[in-house]
Design a binder for this molecule. Structure first.
Ligand code: DAH
Length: 360
């Protein structure tokens, strides 16, 4: 087709527009991104492109040439559009594949390089004990660790000469000379030697009927060795109500034994003496896993609340009765998991605690 002049600046040049579109299609073939494709489309099919200008110039052609020229422009547009569309699909697929590849996670890489700690089994055990009491409708009470001698001893019917009061058994702390809840001024302060110290405190502050468990720390001047530590944990339990009997005590003890040691566990009471209970008993646990065969193991102390303790709390022992018991938490943990040395509990080696995290 020969060149035809259509206006001063717009000629229809069939060869030029064919070459231009061929060059554009070639560039499309080499394009590797959607940005590149977009720029190619602007250059070869945009408002100022040779192809668009050729289309615009059709109207100025002599009618005889217009049909062929129009057909050519239409074919070139279609060729360009097809090439563009096909390449666009390929490029988009490649881009998506690249994007996905950049987001893949290597499942074989090591994770959590920083070692994690593990909770100590003792507080977890104490939470289990608390849960049991709460499930029975009891309250949890936590008295102070620095306690007045009155709550730790006097209110619990310990006589002034009781050996537990001696300096070699008990840590004494300088008193504050302040008046305490019982109106006692300047009483000597001690690191509580037993969580039983919470008994009268709870009776005075919470009133009756009272069903409380007091899990917590207690202190005695023992050397650290395989079976003792100077800082240890107990759980005290106290129920004061009308008409409570030793049968109620026994029922709760058996429930605690089963919760701690499984369905075969049971408790046994052996006559004993504690100043704050009358009658008093040692609490033994039936222990199927005992070394050398199943048998009874000493676990704690218990009894019916001594009337003098009820009087300390301003209660009438003719109206109210109660029972109490205390068990050592370390001892419970040692028995439960066959741990032989108290050192393991206090040394803070995470490898010890780690063993109990399994299966959580
Ligand atoms: N407080 C006692 C101790 O530390 C344990 C105990 C014995 C608690 C008899 C009690 C009880 O509540 O009734 O050895």
């Amino acid at each position: 087709m020969e060149r035809v002049l259509v206006s001063q600046d717009a000629q229809f040049d069939a060869q030029a527009v064919t070459d231009a579109v061929a060059a554009g299609i070639e560039e499309i073939g080499r394009a590797s991104s959607s940005e590149e494709l977009a720029s190619i489309r602007t250059r070869y099919a945009g408002a100022e492109s040779v192809l668009t200008r050729a289309g615009r110039s059709l109207g100025s052609l002599p009618p005889a040439d217009r049909k062929d020229a129009g057909r050519l422009v239409g074919k070139l547009k279609a060729d360009f559009g097809r090439a563009f569309g096909a390449r666009q699909k390929e490029v988009a697929a490649a881009e998506e594949a690249r994007e996905l590849a950049s987001q893949t996670v290597d499942m074989t890489l090591p994770v959590r390089r920083r070692p994690l700690g593990a909770r100590h089994p003792l507080p977890r055990l104490m939470e289990d004990v608390e849960d049991l009491f709460v499930s029975m409708g009891w309250q949890i009470s936590q008295g102070p660790e620095v306690e007045s001698e009155w709550y730790d001893f006097d209110a619990l019917n310990f006589g002034p000469d009781h050996p537990a009061r001696q300096m070699q058994d008990t840590f004494y702390v300088k008193g504050t000379q302040a008046r305490d809840a019982a109106g006692f001024v300047g009483s000597n302060m001690v690191l509580r030697t037993q969580t039983s110290s919470d008994q009268v405190r709870a009776l005075l502050t919470r009133g009756v009927p009272l069903y409380i468990a007091c899990p917590g720390r207690a202190f005695r001047t023992d050397e650290l060795h395989a079976t003792h530590t100077p800082v240890f944990h107990q759980c005290e339990a106290l129920a004061v109500d009308r008409d409570l009997t030793m049968a109620d005590l026994k029922g709760v003890l058996d429930k605690l034994a089963v919760a701690m040691f499984g369905p075969e566990a049971k408790s046994r009471l052996r006559p004993s003496y504690f100043p704050f209970t009358e009658p008093s008993a040692e609490l033994d646990l039936w222990f199927p896993d005992k070394k050398g065969g199943a048998g009874w193991i000493e676990w704690g102390g218990c009894g019916m609340v001594n009337p003098n303790v009820l009087k300390s709390a301003g209660l009438d022992p003719e109206k109210y009765t109660g029972f109490a018991f205390g068990v050592g938490m370390e001892r419970t943990l040692l028995l439960r998991h066959d741990i032989n040395d108290m050192h393991d509990l206090v040394e803070g080696d995470v490898r010890f605690s780690d063993q109990f995290v399994m299966g959580e």
